[in-house]
Design a protein. Structure first.
Length: 55
């Protein structure tokens, strides 16, 4: 039982690190973008969801 709890905890940590990494990556891309208003946020959101589903 303890082993399953540890596995679940590490899976949650992995998912959290993945989300934080993606948000940092998107943030850096946004900061260096010359045309911030032209960013297609729908596409970014779709790719974020796909990444989370596959993680």
């Amino acid at each position: 039982m303890v082993q399953k709890d540890k596995q679940r905890m590490w899976r949650n940590v992995y998912l959290l690190v993945n989300v934080i990494g993606l948000l940092v990556f998107i943030g850096v891309g946004f900061l260096f973008s010359k045309k911030k208003k032209d960013i297609d946020w729908r596409s970014v959101l779709i790719m974020l969801v796909i990444n989370l589903v596959l993680a």
